[in-house]
Design a protein around this ligand. Structure first.
Ligand code: HEM
Length: 484
């Protein structure tokens, strides 16, 4: 048979199939268990799970069948072990993948979440790391004042109104302005913060834009809002030093002024303004949604378990407030075992950002889990959804059981904390974890010191299977009753 031009497509197809078969069966990943028989050949199985909104459930089921490392596609793995998480996430040479740029619209002016390269990310993180440290937050006069003004006064007044009028409240919506007023005070300074607990129309404009944030005009509106907040923040910060004074000690007035001080050393004014508004907007959004979801599931779980409300109230009301202060100190609040167990268990079972969070090593191969050799640029990811459901670490993993944290020995607790991954781990761990934990604990303290919660409509509380995971019904209707 003579060779003709018509044989070219056939040869191309054969070459393509041969290459696919080589990747599938002679590739270094070929000895990793396949989540589905097609995964060595294509990502179709994974894409179908994503499309059907059950990716984390499907990965979890596959890990239960096949063990701590599984193949999701020709060049893609999921891991579910501490060893694997440490290898990948605690090693700063592993980088975030392009997935982040698409998921968080980070192409225009990358903010920290969307900074893929280790060097670029490290330099931005260093600008903000000290202001987000636990001890810094616990000692900050800005935080002290925000806890009192936003949570103890404004939010408590709302609670009292809801209780007196016996209102049915959708807490998923109600927590968002409260959390945002607190966070914007931290990000932009006390004088520049939002007051959405009172100014509902401004809040609603933001939420409308946020709901449509995939659309260019809504995205522009959000960035414009953030830009105005930054300008206001820089104007109101101490003009000389960007600091505020508290009994002789000096503290940074806001994350915005701190970041601005660093950015302008290396960037031109236009780039400084762009980076600043995008970074700050991301922190507002990161906190607002995740914290409101956790508070919704805390109040839901406590409403289903009135006995835990009683135990919590007794712990909260035995906590003394320092002389001349209106609220317990953040450090004292952080030392309450029942409050801590309730928040940790809710973050375990209803992790609001369960992932999966993809990474790859741009240049080197690595060894994971019993010697699997993983080539460079293989996408590897873990998710708290799966890590938090390891039943040898968390027996009855689908049950909300704060007692698992209270009854554990020091050693058992340390073992559970290794698997606790609500904020991720390593260099790319959530920068806002300490702020989030403080605000969660303070809001729960304000509610349960004085009020009981009861469910009016708890339908649709199953959690979505997505990277940001609220209740499928996007609501929780509760009643607040003042404790006699
Ligand atoms: C309950 C509340 C929160 C949860 C569960 C949460 C969860 C997470 C997780 C899992 C990651 C890591 C993603 C990865 O490994 O790729 C992350 C990153 C991040 N979070 Fe949070 N977060 C919360 C609150 C906050 C707050 C309060 C802020 C800031 C005000 C914040 C800002 C960020 C930023 C900037 C990153 C990227 C860090 C980096 O790239 O180094 N988050 N968050």
């Amino acid at each position: 048979m003579e060779f003709s031009i018509f044989h070219i497509p056939i040869l191309a197809f054969l070459a393509y199939s041969l290459q696919k078969l080589c990747v599938a069966y002679f590739h270094p990943l070929s000895n990793v268990p396949n989540a589905h028989f097609t995964t060595p050949l294509s990502r179709a199985w994974l894409l179908v799970q994503k499309y059907r909104g059950c990716e984390n459930h499907a990965r979890h089921a596959a890990h239960k069948r096949l063990g701590p490392i599984i193949r999701l596609g020709p060049h893609e793995l999921s891991i579910n072990s501490i060893e694997g998480v440490q290898t990948v996430y605690n090693n700063s040479s592993f980088e975030r993948t392009e997935w982040f740029l698409n998921a968080f619209r980070g192409r225009e002016a990358p903010f920290m979440v969307c900074m893929l390269r280790t060097k670029e990310h490290g330099s931005r993180k260093r600008m903000m790391a000290s202001i987000y440290m636990k001890t810094y937050i616990q000692n900050s006069p800005v935080i002290k004042s925000l806890v009192i003004d936003v949570f103890q006064k404004s939010f408590r007044n709302e609670l009292a109104k809801w209780a007196v009028d016996a209102l049915t409240v959708d807490v998923m919506q109600a927590f968002q302005p409260c959390v945002t007023d607190f966070t914007t005070g931290w990000l932009f300074g006390i004088k520049a913060r939002t007051d959405w607990l009172h100014n509902k129309s401004e809040a609603n404009t933001f939420y409308r834009n946020f709901e449509r944030s995939g659309a260019d005009d809504a995205q522009q509106n959000l960035r414009q809002w953030s830009n105005e907040m930054c300008q206001k923040s820089l104007k109101t910060a101490d003009a000389k030093n960007d600091i505020c004074q508290d009994g002789g000690a000096t503290h940074k007035a806001s994350v915005c002024s701190e970041l601005h001080t660093h950015l302008r050393k290396t960037e031109n004014p236009e780039a400084t303004a762009t980076f600043l508004k995008d970074e700050m907007l991301d922190h507002v959004i990161a906190n607002q949604i995740a914290t409101a979801i956790v508070l919704t599931y805390v109040t839901y779980s406590l409403s289903l378990n009135p006995l835990w409300q009683t135990k919590l109230r007794s712990e909260l009301n035995n906590l003394s407030t320092p002389q001349n202060e209106k609220f317990p100190s953040p450090r004292d609040l952080d030392s309450l075992p029942i409050l801590d167990a309730i928040i940790t268990e809710t973050l375990r079972l209803y992790s609001p950002n369960p992932g999966p969070w993809p990474r790859h090593h741009p240049t080197s191969s690595c060894q994971i889990n019993g010697g699997y050799t993983i080539p460079a640029r293989t996408t590897i990811s873990a998710s708290s959804y799966t890590l938090h459901r390891n039943d040898s670490v968390f027996p009855d993993p689908e049950e909300w059981k704060p007692e698992r944290w209270l009854e554990a020995s020091t050693e058992q607790r340390a073992g559970m904390m290794k698997w606790f991954w609500a904020f991720g781990s390593g260099t790319r761990m959530c920068i806002g974890s300490n702020l989030a934990l403080l605000s969660l604990k303070a809001v729960v303290k304000v509610i349960y010191s004085e009020f009981e919660t009861e469910i009016v409509d708890g339908s649709g509380m199953e959690q979505m299977d997505s990277v940001i995971a609220g209740p499928v019904g996007d609501k929780l209707l509760l009643k607040f009753v003042k404790v006699k």
